[in-house]
Design a protein around this ligand. Structure first.
Ligand SMILES: Cc1ncc(C[n+]2csc(CCOP(=O)(O)OP(=O)(O)O)c2C)c(N)n1
Ligand SMILES: [Mg+2]
Length: 551
């Protein structure tokens, strides 16, 4: 057995069944070994950012890692943004990067570069360059253990070509799965005491606290003790829909998040990070915790969120409380000229049972949350690390992890262009993914940001960096060129019909929604002023405005 064969057997024995690849010459023995391991599915991506984003989407839905296969430092660099998103989402990935043979490094050949330095950015907890064929199996076990650790992470194993092709590979048995602990008695008691004192308390749910069991426990606590629940701004995976507790997410815009958090005296973190502003803005606070608010940690991402919430519910006497659940209700069928809110409405009108919804719609998705709140149960995947180009690759991985569930990916046009090659992988693997691209011919959110940061009057050169008009992209044609059935829609009627067709016909589809910018003209001009005025408005008015801008 050579090293690559031993590596693949070790991965498969540990339940790693999919490898998203974009190989080169240094990975040829790994590629050749794929046929020796029938349990490993290999999925070719035409850009490394698709491979890494697919591995991220897969693990979010499968709750176990996939492997990647990337080509040296440059291939890893191309895949970095989506590994970053995985890192921020605490998603396990076994990231395998091929390298030159160990004795070839000294010659500084064309593709020679410092792989470990690139890797440390996204896998600070585990970067290892395999040294010998005989120990490669153990290296793989260590990488798997690190990836599946508490919390999940990207683990990078650099695989020199001679370690891969050398004889004497030894597969190793899988590492034991980790067992997270519940919150400590002290943490539970301290938080229960703070809650019982009756001051305004917000419980911020993140990570695994947004899965069904934890959500139900949190909702019991909220119903029993009057605390307010919020979900982190960009969940890795959130279970929602009719029959589950509905939890509002922290808003992206710091000023709106400020309205949500205002007046809190206690903030309880459950597998969540204390909230901070996405960016810094001149004269505005970065830390979103209101002054005078005490931050408590019920459990860290390394602990068991559901068990911790159960413990807190028991301490408060809330274990038998029946929490309110989202009612089954859908918006009506939209009509007339197509707009982004109407696309969200159509998705709410038609979302099938058990769907996986991927939201990378940026400004076009502002209404998605309210429009889908009462839809049949679904999972929501979002842009955890803010590095755009995640959604389409995530859809590839999610569809492979859950072949019997429809995947609907809502993506901005600017965003779609980062990793558009994902469409080709959807076609090749015949995945049931409906990609909806919002063609508003703009980096619209950056136009909003331009107003918000208070930059001086934007001239034509500045504005041209943020608009995508000329040439206007034609996503339907681009998709067709990659083997994906695609249509354009400029009315709500056409869009609904296209979505119904796509959902009824398994396989990949793309619907290009031709829409105006959601935040344009007067709306865009007044937004910064509205946001600025929020802190000085009475709380009920501020909350009403918040609901209007980003419900
Ligand atoms: C990797 C990466 N590059 C650049 C950005 C900056 N950025 C944020 S949003 C955005 C444009 C989004 O445009 P689009 O997808 O068309 O959505 P819209 O704003 O029009 O709703 C850009 C370039 C980013 N977040 N991540
Ligand atoms: Mg756009």
């Amino acid at each position: 057995m050579n090293g690559a064969q031993a590596l693949l057997k070790t991965l498969a024995d540990a339940g790693i069944e999919v490898c998203f690849t974009n190989p080169g010459t240094s990975e040829m023995h790994f590629v050749a070994a794929l046929d020796s391991e029938p349990r490993m599915r290999a999925v070719l991506a035409l850009f490394e950012g698709v491979a890494t984003g697919a591995a991220d989407g897969y693990a979010r839905m499968a709750d176990k890692p996939a492997a990647t296969l990337l080509h040296l430092g440059c291939g890893l660099g191309n895949g970095l943004a989506n590994l970053h998103n995985a890192r921020k989402g605490k998603v396990p990935v076994v990231n395998i990067v091929g390298d030159h043979a160990t004795y070839h490094t000294q010659y500084d050949a064309q593709l020679q570069s410092d792989i470990e330095t690139v890797a440390r950015n996204v896998s600070p907890g585990f970067v290892r360059t395999a040294q010998r064929t005989a120990t490669l199996g153990q290296d793989a076990v260590d990488a798997i253990a690190a990836a599946r650790g508490l919390p999940g992470q990207v683990a990078t194993l650099v695989l020199p070509a001679d370690v891969s092709w050398g004889e004497g590979g030894q597969p190793c048995p899988p590492p034991a799965p980790p067992t997270p602990t519940a919150a400590s008695d002290e943490a539970v008691q301290a938080i229960a005491q703070a809650i019982r004192a009756g001051e305004k308390t917000i419980v911020l749910l993140g990570g695994h606290a947004l899965r069904e069991g934890a959500l139900r426990s949190a909702a019991r606590i909220a119903a029993h003790s009057g605390v307010q629940l919020l979900a982190e701004v960009f969940p890795t995976r959130m279970e929602r829909g009719a029959g589950l507790p509905a939890v509002e997410r922290v808003a992206y815009l710091a000023e709106l998040a400020g309205v949500q958090l205002a007046g809190a005296r206690h903030l309880v973190l459950v597998d969540a990070k204390s909230p901070v502003s996405f960016f810094a803005y001149p004269g505005k606070a970065s830390d979103l915790v209101p002054t005078g608010c005490t931050v408590h940690t019920l459990c860290s991402p390394a602990q068991d969120a559901a068990a911790s919430l159960d413990k807190l519910a028991a301490a408060l006497g809330a274990s038998a409380t029946q929490p309110p659940l989202a009612l089954a209700q859908r918006p009506g069928r939209p009509r007339g000229p197509l707009t982004a809110p109407k696309v969200c409405k159509a998705v709410g009108h038609l979302l099938p049972e058990n769907a996986i919804l991927i939201d990378e719609a940026i400004t076009s998705g502002l209404m998605l949350g309210v429009m889908t709140a009462g839809c049949p149960r679904h999972d929501l995947i979002t842009l955890t690390g803010g590095a755009i180009g995640q959604g389409l690759p995530n859809a590839v991985g999610a569809a492979i992890a859950c072949p019997n569930r429809p995947v609907i990916a809502l993506i901005g046009d600017g965003t779609a262009m980062y990793t558009l090659q994902a469409l080709w992988s959807m076609a090749r693997e015949n995945l049931h993914v409906v990609s909806v691209i919002f063609n508003n011919a703009s980096y619209s959110v950056l136009n909003v940001e331009l107003e918000r940061v208070g930059a001086e009057k934007a001239g034509p050169k500045a504005k041209s960096q943020l608009d995508l008009k000329g040439p206007v992209l034609n996503f339907a044609q681009l998709a067709q060129g990659m083997g994906v059935h695609a249509v354009r829609a400029s009315t709500a009627e056409d869009f609904c019909q296209a979505l119904e067709y796509a959902l009824a016909h398994p396989g990949p589809h793309l619907i290009e929604a031709l829409v105006p910018e959601s935040l344009a003209g007067a709306k865009r001009k007044v937004l910064p002023w509205l946001l600025k005025s929020l802190p000085s408005l009475p709380a009920p008015v501020a909350r009403a405005l918040k609901r209007k801008i980003a419900p």
